[in-house]
Design a protein around this ligand. Sequence first.
Ligand SMILES: [Zn+2]
Length: 72
Amino acid sequence: MPVFIVNKNAQNNGDHEVHNKTTGCSYMPLLENQVSAGTHATCAGAVSEVKKANPSFRINGCYYCCNACHTS
Ligand SMILES: [Zn+2]
C-alpha cells in the first residue's frame, strides 16, 4: 500500500497538502516539512488520519499525486 505524507506547512490558501510518497511527486514538500500520514490503500485514508490527528488543519489532496482527494 502507498505511503502518504502531509506538508506541515500550509499552502497559500491555508490547506495542508497530502502527497503520495510511494509514487513520488514533483510537488512534494522539503523532507523537513514532511510529516507521515501513514500507509493507506487510498489518499482518502491518509486525509482522514491527518484530520483526526490535527483537527484544526484544513487537509487537501495534492492535485498531481492525490487528485481523487483534491478539493480546493
Ligand atoms: Zn503531490
